[in-house]
Write a protein that binds this ligand. Structure first.
Ligand code: HEM
Length: 497
């Protein structure tokens, strides 16, 4: 392809510009910074060097791209070259059972198999529909929790997080779990995730740090084993239930029980790795389930919180949404059903505006190239990483008018009422990329949009959301697993009917 370099071009072209690297010390200082600390640095480097900059972080040069057009060129036009991942770090190797998760897999047959299974089996419209009972149940739990808060003052973050987690647990392990079991799974996941900050140290000089910080490594390994202890019985139970379903179906000469919903684990049980020609092992199933729960919980609940925060801050937007919902479901409807969502374009515009203005991830997961490649006249070397500045693209004044304002109308094509034609996958053109773009685009984006629309619509239909007396909604950001509200949203809610 045109972007592959001839040896002649390789000699002439160089890495994108950036600050000078100081061999050992410089590397080490950058490594200790999180992406959110890098963001302002990258922004000022962009002003000086243009839309592609290189930082020398650790052993690999890291290129950051803030241009929509260059992102499109790399991820859409040359997607086959720009969709690889770096070899996993020590921690990731343990947690993903040597790359047996979609996100950490290198661009190859295993990744393709796992990703295709996810999109074909879980995101198929009929399958998505089969989880609607789970969504209704989770909405019920969330509403019950919100209603039970004294004085109608709610601090939403934990409730939203728990609700999104429940949804994914039910999709992952089947919709017959009880709340007690879900709470146990959540506790296990959270402890492991909260520890990650402290365990990151094992990614640098793993052998040495494991030796020096023996107890910490033991602690990490204990949490990891604990996850296996909780997940494996659930997986085994599903495997047994699936066998029973199949033999029952055989006996009756028909398909499986109409009440039976296929879970993510079920779809993994029969997969065969194309190169190794074997089924997935227990610890690999655990890591895939863990990825499923992690990837979709904090991202979606963070987005939900940002959106509701804006609805509290801008009551006129909330009222307009309420009116739209009323015009679709009719006065007196108990709740908003999923079928109703398609007819709510202002709702969709609000969700898109939330993802543009407050993308839960300000960067994608670092990509690598399968071979030295060219982009924007520079070299992206095979031993480097390349990342894309998601938040910057959504806030670019060249593309978005008044970018820091929350204005859902910008997504309504003709002033309202019409379906929204905005393409979140950016396949023709990238205007924003909260889910990434191209072959590594978040495979859960459709599911995330459904979850956001369903919960935003119902929360606004059931409650009026207001600021708590004398408290302003503070939209400052803070980096956690995702970019969260620095001051978690508190709101005063009253039942609408
Ligand atoms: C608002 C919610 C969400 C946001 C903002 C989001 C965003 C992202 C982003 C930016 C990436 C990285 C893309 C890249 O590397 O180029 C990603 C990857 C991924 N996401 Fe999501 N995501 C969300 C919800 C979900 C959900 C609900 C699931 C599934 C249950 C999910 C599963 C995944 C997986 C498996 C990957 C790895 C894909 C691969 O490497 O091929 N995400 N997501």
């Amino acid at each position: 392809t045109v972007n592959l370099l001839s040896s002649h071009a390789k000699k002439k072209k160089s890495l994108p510009p950036g600050p000078l690297a100081f061999p050992v010390i410089g590397n080490f200082l950058w490594l200790r910074k999180s992406f959110s600390e890098l963001e302002p640095v990258l922004r000022s480097l962009r002003a000086r060097h243009g839309p592609m900059v290189t930082l020398h972080m650790g052993p690999r040069p890291a290129v950051f791209v803030s241009s929509h057009a260059l992102a499109h060129q790399a991820l859409v036009h040359h997607g086959a070259v720009f969709s690889d991942r770096a070899p996993p770090s020590a921690i990731v190797r343990v947690l993903s059972s040597n790359q047996h998760s979609i996100n950490t897999s290198s661009y190859g047959p295993n990744w393709r198999l796992l990703r295709r299974n996810f999109t074909a089996e879980i995101l198929h419209p009929s399958r998505i529909r089969s989880y609607s009972r789970a969504r209704a149940w989770v909405l019920h739990i969330l509403v019950r929790e919100l209603r039970s808060q004294p004085g109608g003052v709610v601090r939403v973050v934990d409730h939203f997080q728990y609700a999104m987690f429940c949804l994914l647990v039910l999709m992952c392990f089947g919709d017959r779990l009880e709340e007690k079991q879900i709470k146990q799974i959540e506790e296990t996941q959270r402890r492991l995730m909260l520890g990650m900050g402290r365990f990151g140290v094992f990614n640098f000089w793993p052998r040495l740090s494991k030796l020096v910080l023996r107890n910490r490594w033991k602690e990490f390994y204990e949490l990891y084993k604990n996850q296996n202890r909780v997940f494996v019985p659930l997986i085994k139970a599903r495997s047994k239930a699936k066998r029973e379903q199949l033999s029952k179906a055989k006996e009756n000469g028909n398909d499986v029980d109409g009440d039976w919903t296929v879970s993510y684990v079920d779809t993994l049980l029969d997969l065969e790795l194309p190169e190794e020609k074997r089924k997935l092992e227990e610890n690999e199933l655990v890591s895939l389930c863990s990825e499923f729960l992690n990837a979709g919980t904090d991202t979606t609940s963070t987005a939900l919180q940002w959106i509701v925060a804006n609805l509290v801050k801008y009551p006129e937007i909330q009222e307009r949404l309420y009116d739209e919902i009323k015009s679709v479901v009719g006065q007196g409807a108990e709740q908003v059903k999923e079928e109703d969502l398609q007819r709510m374009s202002y709702l969709k515009a609000i969700v898109l505006e939330g993802l543009r203005r407050h993308p839960p991830l300000h960067f994608v997961v670092p990509h690598t190239v399968t071979e030295d490649a060219e982009l924007g006249g520079y070299v992206i070397p095979k031993d480097g990483t390349i990342n894309f500045m998601v938040a910057e693209m959504g806030w670019d004044p060249e593309v978005w008018e008044d970018p820091m304002a929350f204005k859902p109308e910008r997504f309504l094509s003709c002033g309202g009422g019409e379906a929204i034609g905005f393409d979140i996958t950016g396949s023709k053109e990238i205007k924003m990329m909260p889910f990434g773009v191209g072959r590594r685009i978040c495979p859960g984006y459709g599911l995330a949009m459904l979850h956001l629309e369903y919960f935003v619509a119902n929360l606004v239909w059931l409650f009026k959301w207001r600021t708590v007396a004398s408290e302003e909604v503070d939209l400052s950001e803070k980096q956690e697993m995702t970019i969260v509200m620095k001051t978690p949203l508190r709101a005063q809610i009253t039942s609408r009917n």
